[in-house]
Design a protein around this ligand. Structure first.
Ligand code: SAH
Ligand code: F3S
Length: 481
């Protein structure tokens, strides 16, 4: 996903227009992956029905909710720091209640109440519909916890309140949880079993977004390629499905096809793909539909077969190359990005060189790179010693980042001189005379505003580039408007 939002950055506060006067005020902020940001929109929707309006002033809030991330230790530390800030505010406003949502809530459960006295409410990712009851409990002076993970909950029937939106792009979640059990990863423990959402409710949400003027959606899941709808239930139990259920089942390629056909002018993105689950029919569906963006986020984590195996990534380096070759053959100008972990237990210099040589083969357009962080409760946390010194992890990380920078620059240069369709999202951060948007490959493009507006599809001639941004001039509307 473009995706893991750096935990060093401030969490993002979500605000919507007040509806009722004298209603209670909710301050909600999110850390971590796109799914958390999307979940906060579901939470805001559930609480709007209870009379909560959002505010961006922490000091004004009756209820403060923080949607948390556990993926690395640093992400958790960021949230703990935030709780200190809430504490200072609560001293001035003792009636303010504080709730923790998301992955840290699920991981720490009741322990959170003991460790952080400020916390009144602990709610895991599958229990948001219980929030109104839990808040009642808290208001009666009791602490409240619900961290029950579900085998069914997909929030398919909740229509998210679009918060802090540019009115152009939106997230639509299609699966929840993950069954993959990569040994380093806490997600299967905090988000539970993998469930797919009914395609009908996905289509309804997409159609509704189109009606409201949105131009781009990102289908979200921890592992979108394993999407499978056969009438509900865990993917694992598909073998027990009836013949009719099997015949009418919808996989991820089928879902892409349905969504692309339903809204042919809507740009469609998706995240995240797992190499072991990505099939050729997904790549073919991308090639078939002009409105499916030519960009695949395809985390690999390591270039060494030995480390991949230890990570329980169920593919080899060779199989990954085969997948990359197929993508390039079927969609020649497809952008590809990676997630990489350096310093996984027992990683040698040779393994690290394998990572660098894999990167050299693929020459990714973008990358999200991390030093290994041991997570309590995961297989790696329990079984493998975190034996790579921090200094070595960081040095290897820097080498991976430097190489990625070089490749990103190589990739942006390939766009020079071309005319590319850009969807305008917002004003450029650096100049109020320029728009900023993305091309189909997800590369940021900046160009003079002229008479165009946010939400327009514009053809832009690319004249210059940096490692991350293309700079161009508009040559007219594209035929997608
Ligand atoms: N499938 C998910 C992955 C979520 S985690 C998705 O939707 O993106 C995002 C990335 O964080 C992983 O791909 C991995 O590179 C990194 N990560 C996960 N656990 C980690 C750990 N223990 N230490 C360092 N990085 C980790
Ligand atoms: Fe984590 Fe692997 Fe799933 S990285 S989210 S266990 S695909």
């Amino acid at each position: 996903m473009e995706k893991v939002i750096d935990e060093k950055k401030q969490g993002s506060t979500l605000v919507m227009e007040p509806k009722k006067e004298n209603s209670r005020k909710l301050f909600i902020e999110s850390y971590g992956c796109q799914m958390n940001f999307s979940d906060s929109e579901i939470v805001a929707s559930i609480l709007a029905k209870e009379g909560f309006n959002t505010t961006n002033q922490l000091e004004d809030a009756d209820l403060v909710l923080v949607n948390t991330c556990s993926i690395r230790e640093k992400a958790e530390q960021t949230v703990r720091k935030r709780l200190e800030k809430y504490n200072a505010v609560k001293r001035k406003n003792p009636k303010m209640k504080v709730g923790v949502l998301g992955c840290m809530a699920e991981r720490l459960k009741e322990k959170f109440l003991e460790e952080e006295k400020i916390v009144d409410l602990v709610v895991g990712p599958d229990a948001y519909k219980d929030l109104p009851n839990l808040i009642d409990e808290v208001e009666e002076g009791r602490n409240a916890v619900n961290v029950i993970l579900s085998k069914e909950e997909t929030y398919g029937d909740v229509s998210p309140v679009r918060l802090q939106t540019n009115g152009v792009s939106a997230f639509v979640s299609i699966t929840r949880g993950c069954d993959n059990m990569c040994t380093f990863c806490v997600v299967p423990f905090t988000r539970g079993r993998e469930r797919s959402r009914d395609p009908q409710s996905i289509l309804e949400e997409v159609n509704d977004l189109a009606e409201k003027g949105f131009k781009e959606i990102t289908l979200l899941g921890q592992n979108v390629d394993s999407y499978l709808w056969y009438g509900g239930g865990l993917k694992k139990d598909f073998s027990k499905a009836s013949e009719i259920q099997k015949a009418t089942a919808v996989n991820f390629a089928g879902l892409l096809d349905l969504v692309a056909k339903a809204q042919p002018k809507m740009r469609i993105r998706f995240s995240t793909s797992n190499p072991q689950d990505m099939t050729l029919d997904v790549i073919e569906a991308m090639a078939k539909h002009k409105n499916i963006c030519k960009y695949i986020h395809l985390p690999v984590q390591s270039g060494s077969d030995r480390i991949l195996k230890k990570m329980n990534r169920l593919h080899t380096r060779e199989e990954y190359f085969e997948l990359i070759d197929n993508i390039r053959k079927i969609i020649p100008d497809c952008a590809i990005s990676q997630d990489m972990i350096t310093g996984f237990p027992t990683e040698t210099e040779e393994d690290h060189q394998d990572t660098l040589s894999l990167m050299e083969y693929v020459k990714y357009d973008f990358g999200f790179m991390f030093a290994y962080s041991e997570r309590p409760g995961t297989m790696a946390g329990r079984k493998f010693e975190d034996d790579i010194p921090e200094k070595v992890k960081k040095r290897r990380l820097q080498e991976v980042i430097d190489l990625q920078q070089k490749h990103s620059h190589y990739r942006t240069q390939q766009h020079l001189g071309k005319v590319e369709e850009v969807l305008i999202e917002k004003e450029s951060k650096k100049s109020d005379l320029h728009w900023s948007g993305r091309n189909t490959q997800n590369t940021m493009v900046v160009f003079p505003k002229e008479n165009y507006k946010v939400g327009d599809f514009v053809n832009v001639k690319i004249l210059d580039c940096t490692t991350a941004t293309l700079i161009g001039e508009p040559v007219g509307y594209s035929d997608n408007n």
